[in-house]
Write a protein that binds this ligand. Structure first.
Ligand SMILES: [Zn+2]
Length: 201
């Protein structure tokens, strides 16, 4: 499980990890045929290591601490939809960014979650090494487990730098993934209502 990072912060301080990564970035720069000692590159290995830590900071977060009790009782059982949550992730095959928008809907049972927490849940899973399908599923499962919702729907639309900057170089390809649980999966009308809301302004 990728969550093992959470427990070892004390054994393996972030600063030490960053120093190690900085040395590796020096080797990468040398591997490119560049001179890591030239003026413009002097601080680059450490900066790159810190940037990489930041881009993967989701490994140091967990769901419980992140939600931190921001759940509220409700009688409302109507669909809650949050559209256009922007996200940035790194593909686990090339360590290149993929980024786009995430739409989340759920059908509350007796609890709703603070809106900003939904965006933070998206971020927690996005800021790891990912593939889009897994990311989509993890967000849906997290929202379901935290809220006890009757169903959760997550749609993600993203552009992948590993497709745009290398490989097939398809600059306009957007990948869409979705995950439906509970009522969204079982009931075509609920699914259609969700899709209709996504398309509307
Ligand atoms: Zn990739």
């Amino acid at each position: 499980m990728s969550d093992h990072h959470c427990e070892h912060d004390d054994d393996f301080p972030a600063a030490e990890a960053e120093q190690g990564m900085a040395q590796d970035y020096t080797r990468i720069i040398q591997g490119l045929g560049e001179d890591p000692d030239r003026n413009g590159l002097i601080g680059t290995p450490l900066r790159a290591a810190r940037a990489m830590s930041y881009l993967t900071r989701g490994y140091n977060q967990n769901l419980e601490e992140l939600v931190n009790g921001a759940l509220f009782d409700t009688d409302n059982d109507e669909m809650v939809l949050v559209r256009d949550i922007e996200f940035y992730s790194l593909c686990e095959h090339h360590l290149l960014p993929f980024l786009g928008r995430c739409h989340v809907a759920y059908l509350p049972q007796s609890r709703v979650i603070g809106l900003s927490k939904i965006a933070r849940i998206v971020d927690m899973f996005a800021r790891r090494l990912q593939i889009q399908e897994t990311l989509t599923r993890q967000i849906a499962e997290a929202i379901e487990s935290v809220t006890g919702a009757r169903g959760v729907a997550v749609v993600m639309e993203a552009k992948h730098m590993c497709m745009m900057m290398r490989g097939v170089e398809k600059q306009n390809a957007t990948m869409t993934t979705s995950m439906m649980t509970g009522t969204f999966r079982k009931d075509a009308r609920t699914r259609a209502e969700f899709m209709g809301l996504l398309r509307s302004n």
